[in-house]
Design a protein around this ligand. Sequence first.
Ligand SMILES: NC(=O)c1ccc[n+]([C@@H]2O[C@H](COP(=O)([O-])OP(=O)(O)OC[C@H]3O[C@@H](n4cnc5c(N)ncnc54)[C@H](O)[C@@H]3O)[C@@H](O)[C@H]2O)c1
Length: 256
Amino acid sequence: MSRMEGKVALVSGGAEGIGAAVARAIVAEGGSVMLGDVQLDKAEALARELGDRAAAVALDVRALDQWEAAVAATQARFGKLTVLANIAGISEPGTVTDGPLELWHRTLAINLTGPFYGMRAAIPAMVASGEPCAIVNIGSMIALRPAAFVAAYSASKTGLRGLTQSVALDLAARGLPIRVNMVHPGAIRTPMYERYKFSGADSPENIEANFAATHPMNRIGEPEEVARAVVFLASDEAGFTTGCDFTVDGGGSIRS
Ligand SMILES: NC(=O)c1ccc[n+]([C@@H]2O[C@H](COP(=O)([O-])OP(=O)(O)OC[C@H]3O[C@@H](n4cnc5c(N)ncnc54)[C@H](O)[C@@H]3O)[C@@H](O)[C@H]2O)c1
């Protein structure tokens, strides 16, 4: 397995969930990975487990200077940066009238401004690498099909979709070999999902059944299924693909 051979990736949210699965898949496919996360201990533990082609750096995606430091740390450790996976994100319920105002600002800061800062910090390093590069932003089924009761999350993910397409067009127009794509997961079995499943909002069995029912394939997805899509889009196999919406949602975004 060598789809990522020679690639050096920076993965935000790499300590657990989808980000951790992406980091594992990149190393398994022959690449190197820098795990950036606010949970540095967990990121470091995963990096140790993955071996010499993995390392960890403290990263709060809300801070541009931390992104710049993470990019510099990646170049210092692995010699270049050729892949950025913007995966860190949060999802908490709240409507436009009853959600805490703080939730709006925090969700936009992490889910939308975070990837903006990530791309701003990474693109100059990618240009400097002189190699074909790729950015993969994690959206959501909700970016294609906004949902009730998650106003900030819906806005952040549809906003990220517009940002992804704008940057893809911009980089292509400038003739830069940097592709920018999106992966849209449905409900995926990660700590984020488990937190909601056991939140007490309903019985865990009902929550699982209700989530599964919003996906025509009638199940929850696994982080490894999302990771495979990210690795494909990050690899040169996807060399003519930019600005795309790649769904990993069991058909959830096209259900009737
Ligand atoms: N799990 C799902 O059902 C699902 C569905 C659709 C989209 N997504 C998206 O996938 C991405 C990953 O979700 P997940 O389920 O793996 O979440 P998770 O909560 O299981 O893991 C998220 C990771 O991001 C890190 N993180 C959170 N805030 C951060 C910050 N400010 N800076 C840096 N790191 C930060 C956390 O420490 C954690 O390691 C998110 O963007 C999420 O919106 C998840």
